[in-house]
Design a binder for this molecule. Structure first.
Ligand SMILES: CC(C)(COP(=O)(O)OP(=O)(O)OC[C@H]1O[C@@H](n2cnc3c(N)ncnc32)[C@H](O)[C@@H]1OP(=O)(O)O)[C@@H](O)C(=O)NCCC(=O)NCCS
Length: 173
C-alpha cells in the first residue's frame, strides 16, 4: 500500500470529508456534526485531520474542545470524533494512523486530555482507558463504559468530573 499522508484539513477538503463520513456511517448525522463543529467555538482547524492515499481522502478525524467540570472547577479538554475511514480502505491501519497523528498533534497544543465516546474496544489499544478509572461521567446518553479517555498530562483527569459535550453531539448520542 502507498504511504498514508495525514494532514490538517483545508476548505478544499470539506466535500471529500463529507463523502468519507457518509460512506463510513449509516445516515448523515456524523457528516452534519462535522459541518456544525466547524462553525462552533470548540473547533480547532489543526486538529481536523484527513488521511490521504494517492491524493484521495480516505479518512478523517476531528478533535474539538469540550469542558470537564469537576469539584476543582472547569477545564478544557479534547473530544475525539467523529472518526471515519472509507469502507474500501478499512482494516489497513489508516484509523490507527489518524489517532496516533491526532494524539501527537494535540500534545504540543497543550491540551491535557482526550475523551472518546463509543467503540471502547477500538480505542483501548491506543492507550485510552475507561473513564470510570478516574470517576468521570458525561452529559451524553451513553453508558459510562462507552467513554474512554487518555491523559496527555499526567494527573489531568485525577480530579474526576463530568465531560460536558456541546448539544451538537446529542444528535449522535
Ligand atoms: C472504526 C474505523 C475508523 C477504524 O478504521 P480502520 O482504518 O479500519 O482502523 P485500523 O485499520 O487502524 O484498525 C482496524 C481494527 O479496528 C478494530 N475495529 C474496527 N471497527 C471497530 C469497531 N466498530 N469497534 C471495535 N473495534 C473496531 C478491529 O479490531 C480492526 O482490526 P482488524 O483489521 O484486525 O479487523 C473505521 O472502521 C470506520 O470508519 N468505521 C465506521 C465509522 C465508525 O464507527 N467510526 C468510529 C466511531 S466515531
Amino acid at each position: 500500500m502507498q504511504p498514508i499522508k495525514v494532514r490538517a484539513e483545508t476548505a478544499d477538503d470539506f466535500r471529500a470529508i463529507d463523502v468519507v463520513n457518509l460512506s463510513a456511517f449509516e445516515g448523515e448525522a456524523e457528516a452534519q456534526l462535522v459541518g456544525e463543529l466547524r462553525k462552533s467555538g470548540g473547533f480547532i482547524p489543526d486538529l481536523s485531520l484527513v488521511a490521504e492515499l494517492n491524493g484521495r481522502i480516505v479518512g478523517h478525524v476531528v478533535l474539538s474542545r469540550v469542558k470537564l467540570k469537576s469539584a476543582a472547577g472547569s477545564s478544557e479538554i479534547l473530544a475525539l470524533g467523529p472518526m471515519s475511514v472509507v469502507p474500501s480502505q478499512s482494516h489497513r491501519g489508516i484509523g490507527s494512523e489518524l489517532i496516533e497523528a491526532a494524539v501527537a498533534r494535540a500534545k504540543p497544543l497543550c491540551y491535557s486530555a482526550i475523551v472518546v465516546a463509543g467503540h471502547p474496544d477500538y480505542y483501548l489499544r491506543f492507550g485510552f482507558k475507561p473513564v470510570q478509572d478516574w470517576g468521570i461521567t458525561s452529559n451524553l446518553s451513553i453508558p459510562d463504559d462507552a467513554l474512554t479517555a487518555m491523559e496527555l498530562v499526567d494527573g489531568a483527569l485525577s480530579g474526576g468530573g463530568e465531560v460536558e459535550y456541546p448539544d451538537l453531539f446529542k444528535a449522535l448520542f
